[in-house]
Design a protein around this ligand. Sequence first.
Ligand SMILES: O=C(O)CCC(=O)C(=O)O
Ligand SMILES: [Fe+2]
Length: 314
Amino acid sequence: MNSGIPTVDLSPFFAQGDEEGKRNAIKIIGHACSEYGFFQVVNHGVPVELMKGALALSKKFFNHPTEEKLKSGPVPGMPIPGGYTCQPERSADKNDYFMMFPPGSSFNVYPINPPGFRDILDEMFSQFVNTGRIIENIINECLRLPSNLLMEYNDDRMWDLMTAYRYFPATKTENTGVAEHKDVNCITFVFQDEVGGLKVQKEGNWIPVTPVEGMLVVNVGDVIQVLSNDKFKSVSHRVVRQARDRYSYAFFYNIGGDKWVEPLPQFTKEIKEAPKYKGFLFKEYLQLRSRNKTHPPSRPEDVISIKHYSIPAQ
Ligand SMILES: O=C(O)CCC(=O)C(=O)O
Ligand SMILES: [Fe+2]
């Protein structure tokens, strides 16, 4: 099926000896990350039955009455709201969502209903972390970095996040599910139900990502764009609401908040290219980006994006 973004089979990374298969996948992913910022993967290690179960249980959860869902609402004082949240009326984004931190984090607030949802969420999260490590390693190879450089740099898994979303049906006058944005993190995974609605920007057009059962959509975020000094791109995407409710999951393979993010020497000094970004602490950028949401600037040019740290070419 032609969904408009490249598709890659990751099975060579789960078998011994298929070096050619690996090289081929690495080539497609490298091209996808520099041209699209997006690709999608099959045989990615996350069991398809688990993905289907996770969607089925999230549908049940979101169809509970609001009072029931709010029992797993965020605890006051959390840095980011964990648990169940509905977007405020004034937000352009029209969805409600459940967000969690790594299994075992004291910030997690799990729903009791539907039964089994908690176990499935924890399992999904752990599977996503495993696939995240594999894709991080592939990106390390695509960028021809010294072995394990990204893995050793990105060694704090406590900042990873997973969100289950429910998008409301479009109305006659508006259909924004999630407004156009670029992800802040390293690598994002998304899977959507058959309703669809995810769109990716390419050369001024919006490419729809056709939903395929068991497929994981992967995109690189701002951190990879900065580390690679723009070799790999963090690309704008959005969710367009459809005639009926749409359900999806997103997993954000992040980096530790205290990490310093700047273009790597392999893409600057070592090849005599000027860095395109100033360095920054990841948590400071996260804070600026969440302020866009809590205190939306009135002038569009004041909305903070990764451009905030860019160094103009001399
Ligand atoms: O729900 C989706 O398909 C994608 C959501 C998204 O882009 C995000 O949470 O950053
Ligand atoms: Fe996103």
